[in-house]
Design a protein around this ligand. Structure first.
Ligand code: DP6
Length: 341
């Protein structure tokens, strides 16, 4: 009995939100260490949550994972187990772990579940192993699981500093309550995307326009950072919209080494383009809304709180023709422990 109690540490549950990049991470300086080529800025999405419970138990022969109530794919288990190994190495432990993780949002809708997932796993896992890391250490560790996960550790708005190793982590730019922006994510038929963001990162430098993007990014980062701090919505929106288009121009002009039959990576679907046109029209008609896009067909719409109802009405009208569903968020909290630990 005494042995059993010692071999099984208390379970810890943590929650985290996915984050939406306002300035995107696209292209890696060092793939093995998940170091980005550029800094990026994001906001956590309060409307989507991942809740993860971790318990280390020396009686287990291998790590166990349950994802949304079902057994994981071998690839998902291997990725989680590699992350648990990083935590074991830090804690000097050899015990395997039981992990249960649940998303409040469907997979494949254009909201990166890996960011929220690895942020929650990093916090729950380190606490369950008896470690209490500083926010920046947690963020750097989460980055090794999934690059963008480092930005889901701080509350609210975050900037991921490029760094060269342990100093590649995200810091808070502003708290969630700093600015009650509303983010309306419009997503279509959940289906796995053809080209993963990992392949997109790898292919990015093959675009003849990639250098130009990197050169532009310093100014974009300054503009977006200042617009967030000063709550300057017009400046933020236009910079964020152009920045998303820059990522997609790179993707469309990238060469995917393993798929020479492709001329480029096309994440957009017809509905994506229809919404891009609708946003330009809505703005011309006086509704100040801006879009951003990640590596998929979903469109994230940004408005100030006063325009939320007007936007939802406009989107509702458009979705009558396009299909699709919406998820509404405000700036969300960072990763936090909700039970145990
Ligand atoms: C387009 O961090 O999701 O969303 O490390 O493979 O999980 P993995 O890649 P990930 O790449 C994010 C790409 C992006 C832009 C961004 O979030 O900055």
């Amino acid at each position: 009995m005494g042995e059993g109690v010692k071999s099984r540490l208390p379970a810890v549950t943590a929650m985290a939100h996915p984050n939406l990049a306002l300035v995107k991470y696209w292209g890696q300086r060092d793939a093995a260490r998940q170091l980005p080529l550029n800094a990026s800025i994001s906001v956590n999405l309060s409307g989507a949550t991942t809740t993860t419970t971790v318990q280390f138990d020396a009686a287990l022969e291998q790590d166990e994972l349950e994802l949304n109530g079902a057994p994981p794919s071998p690839a998902a288990l291997a990725r989680v187990s590699a992350h648990l190994q990083r935590i074991r190495d830090l804690a000097g432990s050899t015990a395997c772990a039981r992990v249960r993780s649940r998303n409040s949002f469907p997979a494949g809708i254009g909201i990166a579940s890996s960011a929220a997932g690895f942020a929650a796993l990093t916090l729950a896992g380190t606490r369950a192993a008896g470690l209490t890391l500083e926010a920046r250490e947690l963020s750097a560790l989460a980055r090794l699981g999934s690059g963008s996960a480092c930005r889901s550790i701080p509350d609210g708005f975050a900037e991921w500093l490029v760094g060269s190793g342990e100093d590649s982590y995200a810091v808070q730019l502003a708290k969630p309550e700093h600015w009650n922006l509303q983010i309306v994510t419009v997503y279509f038929d959940p289906k796995p995307k053809a080209i993963s963001s990992l392949e997109g990162h790898r292919a990015a430098p093959s675009s003849p326009f990639f250098e130009a993007r990197l050169q532009q990014l310093g100014e974009t980062l300054n503009t977006v950072r200042r617009a967030v701090l000063e709550r300057d919505f017009g400046t933020l929106g236009m910079a964020v919209e152009r920045e998303a288009l820059s990522l997609h121009l790179i993707a469309m002009s990238s060469r995917v080494a393993e798929q020479p039959q492709l001329s480029g990576i096309y994440y957009w679907q017809p509905q994506t383009l229809a919404l891009i046109h609708a946003v330009q029209r809505w703005r011309t008609e006086g509704l100040e809304v801006y879009f951003t896009l990640d590596a998929g067909p979903a469109v994230h719409l940004l408005v100030e709180a006063a325009n939320r109802a007007a936007l939802l009405e406009a989107v509702g009208g458009a979705l009558g023709e396009l299909g699709g569903q919406v998820l509404v968020s405000a700036p969300g909290m960072g990763a936090r422990v909700v039970a145990g630990g």
